[in-house]
Design a binder for this molecule. Structure first.
Ligand code: ADP
Ligand code: MG
Length: 687
C-alpha cells in the first residue's frame, strides 16, 4: 500500500479548490487527474515581466506590468470586432486593452472607468498605438506585488488559463510532504542536488533551476531502474529449469544458409543462460531482417531436445501464422510437433491443441496472446519466446514470469533497434544479445520521397514494376485514429488501382476476418497477387522476398520507427528494392526531418536515435498509449547523462537491502510510489 504520507499528493484533482466541471475537460486533455500530476506538470517556459511606471514603444514585445486608468470603452462594431478599453498610464500615455468574445460585461466589470488598476500583458505596437490583447493580470493596485516578475508558463489546454494552472500548482505543492532522502549521499553531494521537497518547489518557482530539474529527473530514472532490478531479483529467486539440449535436433536442420556470426553468438549466450537454474531473462535485439527467427528456433530446439516445450508469442494474428508457416518449413523432417493457437482456433481444433499441450505431445506452440491465457496448460513449458515488436511491456513480462511454478526461460525479441539508454530504461532487468550483422547478400533499399501530387507517375512506375514480374506493397496512411477511416482510405486506393491492374490487386486491413486475411496474404506469398494494398497490419514480420517495391502513402504521418519497419518488408531477397515515400504538401519541420533521414539511411540504430530526439521515448517504443514508456520528467539528455548512475545506485541498494527495509530502503519505496512503480513493490519479500 502507498504510504499515508503521500495520500494528500495522490488525491483526485477535484480535491483542489476551484476545480469544477468547467475544468474537467481541459485537465483531462492534459492528462492531469491527481494533485501529483499537477505537481509534476513542470513549466515549459518563463515570463520575465517588466514592471514599469510608464509605457514606452521600446517595450513592445515584452510582458509589461504597470498601473493604468481606464478612460473609455469602445464596443466592437461588427460581430467579430473586439471590445476595447482605452486606458492611460501614470505618464498619460494611451494604451488599448483588447478583449475578443461577445461578452463585454466582463472587461467592463474588471476595468471600471476612472479606477486605477495594475495591468500586465504583452505590449504590442499597432501602427503608432500601444495595445495589449487579453492582459494576463488585472488587479487592484494594492495587490500588484502578488504578480511575480518571473512567472512560470505551463502547457495549457483550451479553457484553462496560466493563472489558474499556477494556482493549482501552488495547491498541489502544499500537499507535497517532506520525504526522507533516497539518493545515495555521495551522489547527492557530488551533483549538489537539493532535497526532493525543495527541488519540487524550485522547479515551479525559479527559472534556470537545472539542478532541481535534474534531481527530479534522476528520481524518475532511479525509480524505473529500481523497479526493474526488483523484477530481476524476484525472477532470480524463482527456480527455473536448467536446460541442456544434446544438439541432435539442431543437427537435423537443413538450412539453405550458414548462420551469421551474430546469430551464432546470440545462440551461445542463450544456451548459457538456459543451462542455469535461474530463469533466463534475455532481450534479443536485431534490426528487421537480421534473422531473429533462426535464433529463436535454435533456443526452442534446445528446450525440445531436453524433453521440454517452448512457446512463441507473436504480436498479431498475421505474424503468428507467418511464424508458424516459417517454422513448420524449417522443421520439415524433424521429429518435432508444432501447433498454432490464436483467438481464431475454435472448437475441436482448439480442444485438441490444448490437450496436446497438456499431455506434452506438442513440442512447440506459436500464437498470439491466447497462448498464455488461463485455460492453456503446458506439461513442461521451459521457454517462452516473445516476438514483441515493442508491444510487450514490463508489466506483461512480470505476469508471464509468474505463470508457472518453475518460471520458464524468457527470450524477448525486438526488431526496433533501441538506443542504449532506452534499452536500459525498458529492459534494464534483462541481459542483451544483439544481432549486429545482417545476413550476407542483402541489397540496400533505395528510398525516394515524392509529393502525392505525383501519384500518377508512381502508378506508371508500379505498372512497369509489375510488368517486369515484380510484386509491390502499397501502404495507406492512418486517417485520424479510427480504424474505419484507415480502412476506407485503403479501400478507395485499392479500387483506384483495380481500375488499372484488375485482379492483380488485393486488399488487407485490420478489420478483416482472420481467414480472409490469410487468404489474401497467401495469394500474395504465392505471387498470384502482384500488388498488396494494406494498412499498417503488414508492419511486422511479413516476409515475401519477391516484393521489392514499397509505396507508402501519407508517409509524413508515420513515425520513423514505423517507416523503418514498413520499409523492412522489402529488401529481403537478393534483388535491389525501392521504397517510395509519398508525402502530403503541408509538412511539419519534424515530418520533413524524418523523411530526409529515411532517404539518407537504412541503419536502424541511427533511425532509432533520431526518432528518440524527434519524438520522445513513448513513440519510439510504440507504447505511448499504454503509458509504459512515458517519462514525465526525464528528457533523453537526462537519461543519457544519468542512467548509469541510477542503475549502479539501484543495484547497490538492492544488493545491500533487497527487502528495502533500511531507512534508505524505506525512502526508496516512497520514490517507487511517487512514480507509480507500485507493482515492483509487491515483489518485495514480505512486502
Ligand atoms: P527478423 O525476424 O530478424 O526480421 P527473419 O528471421 O525473418 O528476420 O529473417 C529474415 C530473412 O533472412 C529470412 O528470409 C531468413 O530466412 C533469412 N536469413 C536468416 N538468417 C540468415 C542467414 N544466416 N543467411 C542468409 N539468410 C538468412
Ligand atoms: Mg521477425
Amino acid at each position: 500500500m502507498r504510504p499515508d504520507i503521500l495520500n494528500p499528493l495522490f488525491a483526485e484533482i477535484s480535491a483542489l479548490k476551484g476545480v469544477g466541471t468547467a475544468l474537467a475537460r481541459p485537465l483531462e486533455r492534459l492528462g492531469l487527474a491527481r494533485a501529483v500530476d499537477v505537481a509534476f506538470h513542470l513549466p515549459v517556459a518563463w515570463i520575465d515581466r517588466l514592471i514599469v511606471d510608464a509605457l514606452d514603444m521600446r517595450q513592445a514585445g515584452r510582458i509589461v506590468g504597470t498601473v493604468l486608468t481606464p478612460v473609455d470603452y469602445k464596443a466592437g462594431g461588427g460581430m467579430r470586432a473586439p471590445f476595447r478599453v482605452h486606458a492611460t498610464d501614470a505618464a498619460g500615455n494611451y494604451v488599448s486593452l483588447i478583449y475578443f468574445g461577445k461578452n463585454s460585461g466582463w472587461p467592463r466589470k474588471l476595468l471600471p472607468l476612472g479606477e486605477r488598476k495594475f495591468v500586465s500583458g504583452r505590449l504590442e505596437l499597432y501602427g503608432q498605438d500601444l495595445q495589449m490583447v487579453h492582459p494576463d493580470h488585472v488587479l487592484p493596485v494594492e495587490e500588484a506585488a502578488s504578480v511575480p516578475a518571473r512567472e512560470p508558463v505551463y502547457r495549457l489546454s483550451e479553457g484553462l488559463s496560466n493563472n489558474r494552472m499556477r494556482d493549482l500548482v501552488t495547491q498541489a505543492l502544499e500537499r507535497a510532504p517532506v520525504l526522507p532522502e533516497w539518493i545515495e549521499p555521495s551522489l547527492l553531494a557530488k551533483r549538489q542536488w537539493p532535497g526532493w521537497h525543495d527541488a519540487l518547489h524550485m522547479v515551479h518557482r525559479q527559472p534556470d533551476e537545472a539542478l532541481a530539474r535534474e534531481r527530479m529527473a534522476y528520481d524518475e530514472i532511479f525509480a524505473g531502474q529500481l523497479a526493474l532490478m526488483l523484477v530481476r531479483a524476484a525472477g532470480r529467486r524463482r527456480r527455473g529449469v536448467p536446460i541442456a539440449g544434446d544438439g541432435r535436433l539442431r543437427a537435423m536442420l537443413k538450412l539453405p544458409f550458414a548462420p551469421t556470426g551474430a546469430q551464432r553468438r546470440a545462440t551461445a549466450e542463450i544456451d548459457g543462460d538456459m543451462a542455469q537454474g535461474t530463469p533466463m531473462l534475455r532481450l534479443l535485439q536485431g534490426d528487421v531482417g537480421s534473422g531473429k527467427t533462426l535464433v529463436a528456433l535454435m533456443a526452442m530446439l534446445n528446450a525440445v531436445e531436453a524433453g521440454r516445450q517452448a512457446a512463441m508469442l507473436a504480436p498479431t494474428e498475421i505474424l503468428a501464422r507467418q511464424h508458424f508457416a516459417t517454422l513448420q518449413k524449417m522443421l520439415a523432417g524433424l521429429p518435432v510437433t508444432i501447433a498454432i493457437l490464436t483467438g481464431r482456433e475454435k472448437g475441436k481444433v482448439r480442444e485438441s491443441t490444448l490437450m496436446g499441450l497438456a499431455d506434452g505431445s506438442i513440442d512447440i506452440l506459436v500464437g498470439t496472446h491466447a497462448i498464455f491465457q488461463e485455460a492453456v496448460q503446458y506439461k513442461a513449458l521451459a521457454l517462452a519466446v516473445i516476438d514483441e515488436q515493442h508491444r510487450f511491456g514490463v508489466a506483461q513480462r512480470m505476469m508471464l514470469a509468474a505463470k508457472a511454478e518453475r518460471a520458464p526461460h524468457l527470450l524477448v525479441m525486438t526488431a526496433t533497434p533501441i538506443p542504449r539508454t532506452l534499452t536500459l530504461t525498458h529492459y534494464g532487468e534483462m541481459d542483451v544479445s544483439r544481432l549486429d550483422e545482417m545476413p550476407p547478400g542483402r541489397q540496400p533499399i533505395e528510398t525516394r520521397v515524392l509529393s502525392i501530387d505525383r501519384v500518377d507517375e508512381v502508378i506508371e512506375a508500379l505498372g512497369r514494376h509489375v510488368a517486369g514480374g515484380g510484386q509491390a506493397y502499397w501502404v495507406c496512411p492512418l486517417v485520424e485514429e479510427s480504424e474505419m477511416s484507415d480502412q476506407t482510405a485503403a479501400e478507395v486506393r485499392a479500387e483506384t488501382l483495380r481500375m488499372r491492374f484488375g485482379d492483380a490487386v488485393a486488399l488487407v486491413h485490420g478489420r478483416m476476418k482472420g481467414p480472409d486475411k490469410d487468404a489474401v496474404m497467401d495469394g500474395f506469398a504465392r505471387d498470384v497477387t502482384k500488388i498488396l494494398v494494406a494498412t499498417t497490419v503488414i508492419e511486422v514480420g511479413v516476409d515475401v522476398p519477391n516484393a521489392t517495391l514499397m509505396i507508402i502513402e501519407g508517409a509524413d504521418r508515420f513515425g520513423l520507427a514505423q517507416l523503418h519497419q514498413l520499409r523492412g518488408r522489402v529488401g529481403r531477397g537478393d534483388k535491389a528494392s525501392v521504397c517510395l515515400l509519398l508525402r502530403g504538401n503541408a509538412l511539419s519541420e519534424t515530418a520533413r526531418a524524418r523523411l530526409a533521414l529515411m532517404r539518407e539511411t537504412n541503419d536502424g540504430f541511427r533511425i532509432a536515435e533520431a526518432d528518440l530526439d524527434l519524438r520522445g521515448a513513448g513513440e519510439v517504443l510504440g507504447t505511448r498509449q499504454s503509458g509504459d514508456a512515458e517519462m514525465k520528467l526525464a528528457t533523453p539528455e537526462h537519461l543519457a547523462d544519468m542512467i548509469d548512475a541510477a542503475r549502479d545506485d539501484a543495484r547497490l541498494l538492492i544488493d545491500r537491502d533487497g527487502g528495502l527495509d533500511s531507512l534508505r530502503g524505506q525512502a526508496a519505496r516512497a520514490c517507487l510510489y511517487l512514480f507509480e512503480r507500485d507493482a515492483a513493490v509487491t515483489l518485495l519479500r514480505g512486502g
